[in-house]
Ligand binder design. Sequence first.
Ligand code: F6P
Length: 564
Amino acid sequence: MAINPPVDATKTPAWAQLQQHFNDLQSEGINLRRWFAADPERTSKLSFDAGDLHFDLSKNLIQPETLQLFAQLAKDVKLDERIEQMYTGAHINNTEDRAVLHTALRRPEADKGELMVDGQDVISDVRETLDRIYAFANQVRSGEWKGVTDKKIETVVNIGIGGSDLGPVMVYEALKPYADAGISARYVSNIDPNDLAEKTRDLDPETTLFIVVSKTFTTLETLTNARDARTWLLNKLQDQGAIDGSDEARTEAVKRHFVAVSTALDKVEDFGIDPKNAFGFWNWVGGRYSVDSAVGTSLAVVFGPERFEEFLEGFHVIDTYYRTTPFERNVVALMGLMNVWYVNFFGAHSHAVLPYNQYLHRFPAYLQQLTMESNGKSVRWDGTPVTCQTGEIYWGEPGTNGQHAFYQLIHQGTRLIPADFIAFANTANPTKDGDQDVHELFLANYFAQTKALAFGKTADEVRAEGTPEAIVPARVFTGNRPTTSIFGEALTPYALGELIALYEHITFTEGTVWGVDSFDQWGVELGKKLAQEITPAISQDDVALSQQDQSTKALINFYRVHRH
Ligand code: F6P
């Protein structure tokens, strides 16, 4: 299927209409208090349900008619065509000549045979791999899989970085209440030796299983950490008298304590991992879109196949919704288009994601790779320069911690920061403080913050509290600070799958409007290559050092003088 060049969104009729609409709103004055007062139906007109998530967009700087213009923009840039191309396996990641099929990872068993891509029955491949992962997970969970001294595995250590780490660790943290097999997980990513040292310090090698996760199986950080972990395992086992120093014993120990996840299964065996214990995925799964592939093997072990299936179902319900719902009421697409509205018309630079659920504390970090590695681009998929700003800086922390740290800037700073507030009606840990339900106290903050941001506090209201005139301005809240409330019943595996798919498709929607290939990541390559070139210069190679620029040379010299 041929990939058409991107449509320049800024030249479309919808863009011109949005510009006019923006000018009109500015000249009549954007005022959420007034808009809410004038239209008692505003919230219902701007609220949506997708899967079992509820979305309230009414505290955004939009009017109900703005949604029609968003939908028109989606049509003008042919978002529908591109969605179809993605779901059916066209090589829309054209700079890497690859299909983009993360949506196939979560299609049900019943869809086998329905998606042939590059001559392969994709859904059958996916389900077969899942079956192997589930069989492995069940063995580890039941204790049938034993370490080299026949002990049950108690800790899995996932070694990976970027998409091979951020997704799994985020989901592990998010679903902790569902861990039911007495197995915990740890995640090692940084090549900084402190990471592996701290994550293994108190572990018993006899009950530890390492999962080396690397799409390419060439990533410096992961391979270095995997080799260090192998050394740690073998030395510790030997020190404890669990194995002797023979090659056979060492080889057997690696086989029992290491498994791998990769698209490059040939490289796995060289490491000493039994190919039977290697789980594959495909080059049509981008690293940052891979948590629902074999990359999530640690999750299947900790939470079990049933929970993993529920997780996949959550993704699938949003995939289907996004693909089939008309843009006018497709909240997933509309949220992406609204982000474009804030970036390109209001000049917003960043986007906050504020989960009111402690278990989601790694969600903003996960979204940083998903959104910024996807849409941090300056050229379009045909190689021409982008025609407007692209990408937002994603950031956030769980409420209420953020409230006591950076919310000041969101409430009263000079910058416009659209924010998504995420919460759930039920908590995994119901608690009372006297008569007060603590989760309700927490939710009161979730409701209060978006209210304060939207409606603010006028100078007259501040004065009415008896505030001395001199400090009235400091206590005024302008309001009109946009937020979206995302509300669910409980943070289940299903709901988490829905949330991840939501942001994947928001990212794709924005990328399509901007005309960028949201699935390549050439911007991370140069630094990797330079690190390889610089490595010899650091310790001994003076010729390599002399070839560095003056700043790098000076920094390396500082290092050489100060190292112990
Ligand atoms: O350097 C960026 C990147 O390629 C990410 O896109 C990817 O998630 C990460 O590195 C890890 O790559 P791999 O899974 O191949 O080790």
